[in-house]
Design a protein around this ligand. Structure first.
Ligand SMILES: [Zn+2]
Length: 151
C-alpha cells in the first residue's frame, strides 16, 4: 500500500517512512499508474480541507505530528510490520540496502562505526542508517499502534 502525503505533510511522510511504509510526497496522487489492475489505490493524506477529492483522500485536521498520527492510526496499523521498520530512507523514501561495515567507515562518526555491526544505506541519496535510539523510539510506537489495532 502506498500512502501519499501532500507537500504540507512532509514531517508526517518522514514518520511513515520510519515505520517502513511507502510514503512519497506529492501535490496530488496523480492518476494512471495507480489504475494498474493489481495495484491498490493509494491513500492520499492532505491538510487541505477543500479541493479535489481523490478516491482515498484522508483530510488531516491537526498540524501536530502526534495528533496527525493518531488521526491515521487505524488506517496505517494493518500495514505496519515490525520487520520492515527502518527499511526505507527517511529523506527520500527509497528502500535501503544492507551495506558492508567497512564501506561506511568514512561516512559515519567513529563512535557509531565501532559500536554497530549492521549498517544500511540509501542507494539514492547515500545516507547511512544504523540501529540506535531511533529504533527504540520506533518500537514503542509500533507497540502503541498494534495495541490500538488489536483492541
Ligand atoms: Zn535517500
Amino acid at each position: 500500500m502506498i500512502f501519499i502525503c501532500d507537500i504540507m505533510l512532509g514531517r508526517l511522510s518522514r514518520y511513515l517512512r520510519m515505520l517502513g511504509l511507502d510514503a512519497p510526497c506529492a501535490k496530488s496522487p496523480g492518476l494512471p499508474e495507480t489504475s494498474e489492475p493489481d495495484k491498490k489505490t493509494p491513500y492520499f493524506f492532505t491538510r487541505r480541507q477543500k479541493g479535489p477529492l481523490y478516491e482515498r483522500t484522508v483530510r488531516i485536521r491537526s498540524d501536530r505530528i502526534m495528533e496527525q498520527l493518531a488521526e491515521i492510526k487505524d488506517i496505517i496499523a494493518p500495514y505496519v510490520d515490525p520487520d520492515t521498520v527502518m527499511s526505507r530512507c527517511i529523506e527520500c523514501n527509497t528502500p535501503l540496502v544492507a551495506t558492508a561495515r567497512e564501506d561506511v567507515e568514512h561516512h559515519v562518526p567513529e563512535y557509531i562505526y565501532h559500536h554497530h555491526a549492521e549498517f544500511r544505506q540509501c542507494p539514492s541519496c547515500k545516507r547511512v542508517y544504523w540501529g540506535g535510539s531511533h529504533t527504540e523510539k520506533m518500537k514503542k510506537w509500533i507497540d502503541a499502534i498494534n495495541t490500538v489495532h488489536s483492541s
